[in-house]
Design a protein around this ligand. Structure first.
Ligand SMILES: Nc1ncnc2c1ncn2[C@@H]1O[C@H](COP(=O)(O)OP(=O)(O)OP(=O)(O)O)[C@@H](O)[C@H]1O
Ligand SMILES: [Mg+2]
Length: 358
């Protein structure tokens, strides 16, 4: 099997290291369009971390979380071999056996105690805080939650997410104890976080976007693309890592880049056309600001029309139609810059094709 190596993202890595080199004081939200390489970047970062850091990487994608108890099971890595009540000794002994942790280690009996108390999330936070305090004599804890919106589900004022954010503020701004990174590809979640009063000036945002031109070209050079193939790739898929990887693999199996890229565009155009034109046929409703709102075909087209001549524009307000297009992964809303862009170059070309045909 021919693998694709991690392609270095110098700027983003530098930003991460700058954050990690200073005392933890803010929560960092890592956001970006879908498939931009956020998870890959974070995993690479984890592998490169100097010894003084201990990362806890928790990915909520694909985890079946319907309530607090499921969440506990995801957050903690239960140590069935140990049943101590001494968190201090436990923390130091666990860290000797260095590996990448996909949860906060906890001895089984302490986990059961927390589990039995069910609704009392403060016990879970108390344990994590103590564990971090104990380990911080030797190492800096780095807590990373990927796809946190899974438990947010649009209800940012909802119970758990609100308490979690409070806890993160405590770990960073108040105690300067651990670095906290929250990664998400859900731009509407970021939009809500951005307007959340309790987080104002307590977090920062780091955009992990598609590759820029130079990075994409260097990536393709590495896999033997000639000038013409690189131009075609950039024209169709821009710097979207997942699509570049697809083209690299297709080239390896001796397909023509034009043909592959052309059919990718045709497929995406068809999908977007369906998502948009269906609004002409049925009265589709979505939840927007806690109300069920009917989507308007004409307003949807108006949003997309902006991309005929522009690649991005500054939005005034997120409307139900914008929400729909973002949820369908056609558009990406960046609340930090206040801009709306297609999720990728391929989406931009597909939108233009759909609009010309509308
Ligand atoms: N730096 C990189 N070097 C090489 N390949 C990469 C890189 N970043 C991403 N990729 C490729 O792109 C694919 C998608 O990346 P990844 O899953 O990290 O994106 P993501 O932004 O986390 O996606 P999602 O929006 O679904 O969370 C990876 O499986 C990998 O093949
Ligand atoms: Mg991801």
């Amino acid at each position: 099997m021919k693998r694709i190596e991690f392609h270095n993202r110098e700027n983003e890595m530098k930003e991460f290291m700058n954050i990690l080199n200073s005392e933890p004081s803010l929560i960092t939200f890592v956001y970006g369009p879908i498939n931009s390489g956020k998870t890959t970047l974070i995993n690479h970062l984890i592998k490169q971390l100097p010894e003084e850091y201990t990362p806890f990487y928790i990915n909520l994608r694909g985890r079946f979380i319907t309530g607090y108890e499921d969440f506990l099971n995801v957050l903690f890595e239960i140590d069935e071999s140990d049943a101590t009540n001494n968190v201090g000794e436990y923390a130091t002994s666990t860290l000797k056996d260095l590996k990448i942790l996909s949860g906060i280690p906890i001895p089984i009996n302490l986990f059961e105690q927390i589990f039995e108390k069910k609704a009392k999330s403060k016990d879970m936070f108390r344990y994590i805080e103590r564990f971090f305090v104990e380990m911080s004599a030797e190492r800096v804890p780095v807590m990373i939650l990927d796809e946190l919106q899974v438990i947010g589900d649009m209800e940012i004022n909802g119970h758990l997410i609100y308490k979690l954010f409070n806890f993160f503020v405590r770990l960073t701004k108040e105690l300067h104890l651990a670095h906290v990174f929250v990664v998400t590809s859900d731009s509407l979640f970021i939009e809500q976080v951005y307007s959340e009063a309790m987080l104002s000036e307590r977090c920062k945002y780091l955009l992990a976007d598609d590759f820029d031109y130079e990075t994409a070209m260097a990536f393709l050079d590495h896999y033997g693309f000639d000038m013409h193939e690189k131009e075609i790739a950039w024209h169709y898929v821009g710097g979207k890592p997942v699509s570049l990887v697809r083209l690299i693999n297709e080239k390896r199996s001796e397909k023509k880049i034009e043909d592959v890229a052309g059919s990718m565009l045709m497929l995406r155009t068809g999908e977007i056309k369906q998502r948009v034109k269906v609004l002409k046929i049925i009265k589709k409703k979505i939840f927007f600001e806690d109300e069920e709102i009917e989507l308007k075909y004409n307003d949807t087209i108006k949003v997309l029309n902006e991309f005929l001549d522009e690649e991005s524009y500054i939005y005034d307000v997120i409307t139900p139609e914008i929400t729909y297009l973002v949820k369908e992964n056609i558009l990406f809303a960046d609340p930090v810059k206040g801009t709306l862009t297609p999720q990728s170059q391929l989406n931009l070309l597909a939108i233009r094709a759909v609009i010309k045909d509308a």
